[in-house]
Design a protein around this ligand. Structure first.
Ligand code: GLY
Length: 427
C-alpha cells in the first residue's frame, strides 16, 4: 500500500482528472504528469498522493521510457490519442513497462475513420452508410447523388475538428474543397469518409476492457460545438454531464451487445486484444442507436465528470485491464450526478491569445473541482492561460440541476481576459 509511482501522459483536463483520481488510490505514493499543466503540481494532503509535472512531451517516447525506468513507475496511463495511434503502448511494452492503453494496431480504430467504418461493417455494428474517397471529384460526385444529408470526415486525426456536418450539398462541397485542395487537415485528410447524417441525441459510452471482459462506465454527454444551442465550430468539447438520464438500462445493454462487445471480440479474433478504454460515440436514434465514431481512450471533457462519480479504486481497475482480470473488479459508482463546464480562451477553436492571468480560483466553494488544461504556472502567485480549453469546472451533487447551478456560480468567480464558455451545458 502507498508504494506505487504512477505516470500520466498528457496535459489536458482529462489527464488532470486521471491524476487526481489515481492520487486517491491507497496504492499510489506519487503521481507524475508529463508534461502536465499549471494545475498538476500538488503536495500530499489527507489521503491524496502528491503530483508533480515533468517537462516531457507526449511524443518524446524514448525520454518517457527512460523516466519511467528511472523513477520506478509501476503504471503509465496515456491520455491523448496521438501517442496511442503512434504506438507508445507497444514501445513501453517492448521495454517491459506496464502501460494502460491500446496497442497501435487497436488504436487504428480512432486513427483511421476509414478503418473504423470498415471494421464496423465487417462486424455488423450499427452505423450509418458511408463511402471512402481519396479523390475530390469522385467524392463530390457521390455527395451530389446521395439522397441523404452527409457528414464529411477527414479519416486521420484532426484534434476533433476534422468532421464537417453538412446541411446541404454546397456545405459538403466546401468541406471537400477544404480537405482535398486546401489541405486544412494535412495528411489526415488524404482519405475522406462520407457518411449519411444521423440526427438525435448523442451519448458517450465508455468502457474498460481487458481484452475479453468489458465493463461500462456511467454514460456521459459532451457538448462539442463552440457556442450555445450547438452553434459554431466543433471543438474538443465545451462541457459534459454524467450520468445521462435518457438512456434506459435496456438501451445500454443493447449498446453493449451491438457496439462495444463486437469490438472487443473482433480485435481478439485479429490477434490484437483490446486492452484499455473503448469510447463509443453513439447517436440515440430510436430503438437502434448507431455508432458515430470510436475513440480508444478516455473522453475529454467526459472524464472530468465520470471520474468524480467513480467509487472503485482506479489504479485497481487499470491494472486489472492490463492483467486480464477485469472480471474480478466490482465497478461501483457514487450516487448523484456531475456536471462540467469548460472555460475556453476567446476565439477557440480558431485563433486565440494566451498568457492571460487567471484569478478567482482561491475563492471557490469546497464542492467545486477545477481540472486544468491550458494553464501554465509562471510562479506561485501567477497562473496564466496557455491553451484553447483552459479548464473544466466540475461539481458532483445530488442531481444535474444542483451541480450545474454550483458550476455556473463558480464560472462567474473565475476570471481571465477573453473567457468564453457555453451557458447551456446540460440543458
Ligand atoms: N469529447 C470528445 C472526445 O473526447 O473525443
Amino acid at each position: 500500500m502507498w508504494d506505487k509511482n504512477v505516470l500520466v501522459i498528457g496535459s489536458g483536463g482529462r489527464e488532470h482528472a486521471l491524476a487526481w483520481k489515481l492520487a486517491q488510490s491507497p496504492q499510489v505514493k506519487q503521481v507524475y504528469a508529463a508534461p502536465g499543466n499549471g494545475g498538476m503540481d500538488w503536495d500530499a494532503s489527507g489521503t491524496l498522493a502528491p503530483c508533480e509535472s515533468v517537462p516531457l512531451n507526449v511524443n518524446e517516447v524514448e525520454d518517457l521510457i527512460h523516466f519511467a525506468r528511472k523513477l520506478d513507475i509501476h503504471l503509465t496511463v496515456v491520455g491523448p490519442e496521438v501517442p496511442l495511434v503512434d504506438g507508445i503502448v507497444d514501445a513501453f511494452q517492448d521495454e517491459g513497462l506496464t502501460i494502460f492503453g491500446p496497442s497501435k494496431a487497436v488504436a487504428r480504430l480512432e486513427g483511421s475513420k476509414a478503418f473504423a467504418k470498415d471494421f464496423m461493417r465487417e462486424h455488423g455494428i450499427p452505423t450509418s452508410d458511408y463511402a471512402i474517397f481519396q479523390d475530390y471529384d469522385a467524392a463530390l460526385d457521390y455527395v451530389k447523388n446521395r439522397p441523404a444529408q452527409v457528414v464529411v470526415k477527414a479519416s486521420g486525426l484532426a484534434a476533433g475538428k476534422g468532421v464537417i456536418v453538412a446541411d446541404n450539398v454546397e456545405e459538403a462541397e466546401n468541406g471537400l474543397h477544404k480537405i482535398f485542395h486546401e489541405k486544412v487537415f494535412g495528411a489526415a485528410g488524404d482519405t475522406v469518409v462520407i457518411e449519411d447524417r444521423l440526427t438525435g441525441k448523442e451519448a458517450s459510452v465508455l468502457a474498460f476492457s481487458d481484452g475479453a471482459t468489458l465493463k461500462t462506465m456511467l454514460v456521459a454527454r459532451d457538448y462539442k460545438r463552440a457556442f450555445d444551442e450547438d452553434q459554431g465550430s466543433n471543438t474538443g468539447g465545451m462541457g459534459a454531464i454524467a450520468p445521462v438520464d435518457d438512456l434506459s438500462p435496456e438501451m445500454l445493454d443493447y449498446i453493449r451487445a451491438t457496439a462495444l462487445q463486437p469490438v472487443i471480440d473482433g480485435m481478439a479474433k485479429r490477434g490484437t486484444p483490446y486492452k484499455g478504454v473503448l469510447y463509443a460515440g453513439m447517436m440515440l436514434t430510436g430503438d437502434e442507436p448507431q455508432v458515430l465514431e470510436y475513440n480508444v481512450r478516455f473522453g475529454d471533457p467526459e472524464t472530468q465528470v465520470i471520474l468524480p462519480l467513480l467509487k472503485t479504486d482506479l489504479y485497481d481497475i487499470l491494472m486489472a485491464c492490463m492483467s486480464g482480470t477485469l472480471h474480478e473488479i466490482d465497478l461501483q459508482w457514487h450516487d448523484g450526478a456531475a456536471a462540467g463546464v469548460v472555460l475556453a480562451s476567446g476565439g477557440y477553436p480558431d485563433k486565440y491569445e494566451t498568457g492571460k492571468p487567471v484569478t478567482g480560483l482561491d475563492k471557490l466553494a469546497d464542492d467545486i473541482i477545477v481540472f486544468h488544461a491550458g494553464t501554465h504556472r509562471e510562479d506561485e502567485d501567477l497562473l496564466v492561460t496557455s491553451g484553447g480549453r483552459v479548464m473544466t469546472v466540475v461539481s458532483h451533487q445530488q442531481d444535474h440541476n444542483v451541480a450545474l447551478k454550483k458550476v455556473y456560480d463558480a464560472v462567474e468567480t473565475i476570471q481571465f481576459d477573453g473567457k468564453h464558455y457555453r451557458t447551456d451545458i446540460g440543458a
